[in-house]
Design a protein around this ligand. Structure first.
Ligand code: MG
Length: 305
């Protein structure tokens, strides 16, 4: 049995379901000659969004997550201030922390309409305050989805405006003991911000320790290299990672021919990434099978990276 077969079988065995070995072919070949790297000790901290785990309520989902060794919970930002004590109680005594807060605000930061911009400012700051109370690594935001109009034009002046606005927001987040996290998306959803390196440059120019960015393996179809994308952000700016299958945004492993995360993971190890890799995906299968299979796949690939 060669290494590729061995890895494929061990994943299938661990998860109790068949996972095609093809995504690992490249993984195995690409690591076979790699020297020992700085950062091999970096821990893979997996996180689930609230809808990822099977279970009828949050308690059941958290039990399931703990059994799988999942250490982060990502929740939506909408209504978060009314959920702070509920979430604190649910996590009390567990080995699971709030990873990031996913958006949930109204309006958007690049709106040309002052009322909509004001709505963003108010609701985003409310979520940031609650995120700080929950010990979150940050609150995820997108500057403008394609469908959000009227939007400021994609010009140098708009970028400077965004940088200035992010500075203010980042400083506010720091006072709340959290961060704001810019998420690049693919061009179909947000042409304005598509690349991790571009988001990192906005973080740099914002000149606030409270402004960070993230990468989402699904949207990173825009990148020419997962490795280069994460390296370009570095530990200084990379605050969060989303993961999904790379063909249909399902559980990692459900698109076996393309679900290779090894090059990106290698960069995460090399930069000494300390934050979470959080599931943001659906499934076409039974969660009781696809969720543990996905966790096993990511852990196998992390070992290879
Ligand atoms: Mg995402």
């Amino acid at each position: 049995m060669d290494r590729r077969q061995f890895i494929g079988r061990s994943i299938a065995g661990a998860a109790g379901v068949a996972v095609a070995t093809s995504p690992l072919a490249f993984a195995a070949s690409s690591c076979s000659t790699a020297p020992a790297k700085k950062g091999q000790d970096v821990e893979l901290k997996l996180s689930f969004q609230e809808g990822t785990a099977p279970g009828e309520n949050l308690g059941q989902k958290l039990d399931y997550m703990e059994n799988l060794g999942i250490v982060g919970l990502e929740v939506g930002g909408r209504g978060l201030k009314d959920r702070v004590s509920e979430l604190q109680q649910a996590l009390n005594g567990r080995n699971i922390k709030i990873s990031a807060i996913c958006a949930g605000f109204d309006g958007f930061i690049l709106s040309e309409d002052p009322e909509i911009k004001n709505l963003f400012d108010t609701t985003m700051r409310e979520i940031v305050e609650a995120a700080g109370q929950l010990g979150s690594t940050g609150v995820i935001m997108v500057p403008a989805f394609n469908a959000q109009t009227p939007c400021m034009p994609h010009t140098a002046e708009t970028r400077q405006y965004l940088v200035d606005q992010m500075h203010e927001l980042g400083e506010f987040a720091l006072k709340c003991n959290t961060k704001v996290i810019l998420e690049p998306l693919n061009r179909r959803e947000c042409h304005y911000l598509r690349l991790v390196g571009d988001a990192a440059a906005i973080c740099r120019d914002s000149q606030s320790e409270g402004v960070k960015c993230m990468g989402d393996f699904w949207h990173m179809q825009e990148e020419t290299s997962d490795y280069a994308a994460f390296i370009s952000a570095g530990a200084k700016y990379l605050q969060h990672v989303h993961v999904a299958s790379r063909g249909r945004r399902l559980m990692p492993g459900e698109d076996p021919e393309v679900d290779n995360y090894v090059e990106g993971m290698r960069a995460l190890k090399e930069i000494g990434y300390q934050n979470y890799v959080s599931f943001e995906c659906g499934t076409k299968g039974e969660r009781e099978q696809t969720v543990p299979a996905a966790v096993a796949l990511l852990r196998e690939q992390w070992q290879l990276a």
